[in-house]
Design a protein around this ligand. Structure first.
Ligand code: PEP
Ligand code: MN
Length: 350
């Protein structure tokens, strides 16, 4: 259910409606929009008695939301969600085309700093790097853990780029929530509902990767798990799905971009690195993703891909990343976006 407030409703009236909903034993999610605030109601098994709600002052109407996902749906919030990063000009969603770049894994301070310097110079606003790696084999590099988070915090300090890194379980989520700017939930964990709920209790943006065989509804329901706990800052990411294809690691399903945008207000990024698994396919598919309307791209970049401890074959050389930025900068305006080359960070004044 959704309570649509009148355009002139006061904050006190909005609060009174939220209190009323909570008193009924449900959860109220106030969602401010450009014209008016809507309040999503979750936790109700049956239909909420709308008569009482409609009688509260400031209420315009009470609507039933028919989609299984509520808070992620455009029925509840019409305008696109834009996720902002306080103290910087970076954002994900809206007119800014977000670029997240960095190695699959943080392997050492030197490796991470060399790559960070190169992607920052090319204009990336976000730096990615795995600290906790969900690897297919238990015998290969599993990530540097906390040490990697500390290295990335230093990188944020030095280059200004905001940090994106994956949490794989409750323990790593606590640390990632503390150290990173964006919490990545990987494809293999897209339906780890306990982890999603825990991420929903944090107040940091969550980058949610599509599961290896997830449908559109399953993907949005995973986002709903995070949002149902009060964290509305969810960024979706198409990273390729399993098909019979064997010329690429996965099949990058770009058609999900317009499909998501039709039914959801959440931003969606494209990951052509995991989507193809092949360095030479990354740039063409990044171009295609932006042309298809993605809100940004996340790509793996490595200074010595042949020596990388994970995902070397799909990692771009820094020069290829430069070229990607130049090409995306040209494509972006065609689809009504622009790439900011570099991040501006407000310096604290004493
Ligand atoms: C990654 O980003 O390195 C990663 C493991 O992604 P995914 O969950 O999409 O496989
Ligand atoms: Mn990877």
């Amino acid at each position: 259910m959704l309570v649509v407030m009148k355009a002139q409703a006061t904050p006190e009236q909005i609060q009174a409606v939220c209190d009323h909903i909570e008193q009924l034993g449900f959860r109220a999610h106030p969602l401010p929009g450009a014209q008016r605030t809507a309040i999503g109601i979750t936790g109700n098994k049956d239909e909420v008695d709308r008569g009482n709600l409609e009688a509260l002052s400031g209420v315009a109407e009470v609507i039933r939301v028919s989609k299984p996902y509520k808070l992620a749906s455009r029925d509840v919030k019409e305008e696109d969600t834009i996720i902002r990063f306080p103290g910087t000009d970076a954002s994900i969603g809206g007119g800014n085309l977000a670029v997240i770049a960095g190695p699959c894994s943080i392997e050492s301070r030197q490796q991470a700093f060399e790559i960070a310097e190169q992607v920052a110079k090319a204009g990336a606003q976000f730096f990615r790097g795995g600290a906790y790696k969900p690897r297919t084999s238990p015998y290969v590099f599993q990530g540097l853990g906390l040490e990697a988070l500390q290295i990335m915090a230093e990188i944020r300090e030095r280059f200004g780029m905001r940090i994106v890194t994956e949490a794989i379980d409750h323990q790593s989520l606590e640390l990632v929530g503390e150290w990173a700017d964006v919490i990545q939930i990987g494809a293999r964990n897209m339906q780890n509902f306990a982890l999603l709920k825990m991420a929903g209790r944090l107040r940091k943006p969550v980058l949610l990767k599509r599961g290896l065989s997830a449908t559109l509804d399953e993907f949005l329901m995973a986002a709903e798990y995070v949002m149902s706990e009060g964290n509305y800052q969810v960024i979706l990411c198409e990273r390729g799905v399993r098909t019979f294809t064997d010329h690429t690691r996965n099949t990058l399903d770009l058609s999900i971009i317009p499909a998501v945008q039709r039914v959801s207000h959440l931003p969606i990024l494209v990951d052509p690195s995991h989507g193809t698994g092949k360095r030479d396919s990354v740039l063409p598919m990044a171009r295609a993703g932006v042309a298809a309307g993605a809100d940004g791209v996340i790509v793996e970049v490595h200074n010595h891909p042949e020596k990388a401890l994970s995902d070397g074959p799909q990692s771009l050389y820094p020069e290829q990343f430069d070229r990607m930025m130049d090409e995306l900068e040209q494509i972006a305006p065609v689809v009504g976006r622009r790439i900011a080359r570099g991040i501006h960070v407000e310096t604290a004044t004493a």
